[in-house]
Design a protein around this ligand. Structure first.
Ligand code: AHG
Ligand code: MN
Ligand code: MN
Length: 339
């Protein structure tokens, strides 16, 4: 990558001015995520060497016990964000409850809470397939200076002020939005710098890729089954191509670049679906909408859902606008015929 490209650090500084009343807090937050992402990237890259360099139970350089990568990533993101006194609360897919950051400073003014899926697609680690990190940022709703409460985390996705992901793929990329479009940065591992490689990312309106775990087909709702059959039909630009990595971040990333739909429906095995509304679906839905795509639970906009609990699951359909529209048509037809 050419050194004339803008770096993520430069991009953050330049765009801070665009926020009215910006205190630089959000910039600091993105900077910490950038830092944690580099550290986790370094660790993920060594995953295949674990058996050679020493597995669980062994001490690493700093004398700590080596951990599973999802625990490592969880600790890394939480430590990076809390030590810098940047946020007032964190919730993670890996933690049962949210964490309140008690700043030593009595009049701490931090107003943001962060929600993270520290390692998405973690089962893919063992087989050298791309994984990711997902993050989501809200402004707290309780008074600044007091400990955060569950209310600060149970906000509808449309309240997000920022969201993004890191994909640890053939290249490592950080992709994020602060509500003014989506930008992607690629890491040059030789010097540890992210460069703006994908400005203004946008889903093609139509796509030809569908991504779903078809092994669960038998358990899917009728509307989803019919949509899958529609994708496979010989007509016009169909049949579509099927691509499923099993790391949502990677499936989403490819579909955003090429055009496609990602689906994780509810099934008779998982009545609510599998993916988590707060850590996975809301941030991806915000990114999708910012990139001219669409995200739905099959009937309604994901970002409008009022969360009931931290680890709530939801059916998830996300991607090129026309494809998600079509899926919703099939879902509605099916619902109507059930009356
Ligand atoms: P996580 O590793 O954070 O638990 O998430 C895995 C998720 C998601 O990334 C992926 O799309 C989905 O699980 C795959 O599920 P199936 O194996 O059921 O298809
Ligand atoms: Mn996940
Ligand atoms: Mn995870």
């Amino acid at each position: 990558m050419s050194h004339t490209h803008q770096t993520l650090g430069e991009f953050i500084i330049e765009n801070q001015a665009a926020f009215a009343y910006s205190s630089g807090e959000l910039s600091k937050l993105i900077n910490s995520i950038r830092l944690a992402a580099k550290v986790v990237n370094h660790e993920v890259n060594k995953a295949g060497l674990v058996d050679i360099l020493g597995n669980a139970g062994n001490k690493n350089e700093s004398g700590e016990n080596q951990q599973k990568l999802d625990v490592y990533a969880n600790d890394m993101f939480i430590n990076t964000l809390s030590n810098r006194n940047i946020v007032c609360g964190i919730a993670s897919e890996e933690e049962e409850s949210f964490i309140s950051i008690n700043s030593q400073d009595e009049n701490h003014q931090n107003k943001y809470v962060v929600l993270i899926d520290p390692l998405d697609g973690s089962s893919n680690i063992d087989v050298n397939v791309s994984v990711g990190t997902i993050f989501s940022v809200y402004r707290r709703v309780t008074p600044i200076g007091t400990p955060v409460t569950i209310e600060d985390f149970l906000q509808p996705g449309k309240n997000q002020v920022a969201a993004g992901y890191v994909v640890y793929g053939t290249s490592t990329m950080l992709v994020y939005t602060t509500g003014a479009g989506v930008n992607g940065f690629t890491l040059n591992p030789a010097i540890g710098t992210f460069y703006l490689s994908h400005p203004n990312m946008s889903y093609p309106k139509n796509g030809r890729i569908y991504s779903v775990n078809e092994g669960n087909y038998i358990h899917f709702p009728q509307g989803v089954k019919k949509y899958i059959k529609y994708c496979q039909q010989e007509e016009g630009d169909r049949p579509y191509t099927s691509r499923y990595i099993g790391s949502m971040v990677s499936d989403f990333h490819r579909n955003m670049l090429k055009g496609g739909i990602f689906m994780y429906p509810k099934s008779s095995k998982a009545e609510e679906g599998k993916l988590r509304l707060l850590y996975e679906c809301n941030p991806m839905a915000f990114l999708a909408e910012q990139a001219n795509g669409k995200a739905s639970d099959g009937f309604n906009r994901i970002l409008d859902i009022r969360p009931r609990e931290l680890h709530q699951r939801v059916p998830f359909f996300c991607g090129s606008k026309n494809m998600v529209d079509k899926l919703e048509e099939f879902m509605q037809e099916e619902q109507a015929s059930n009356y």
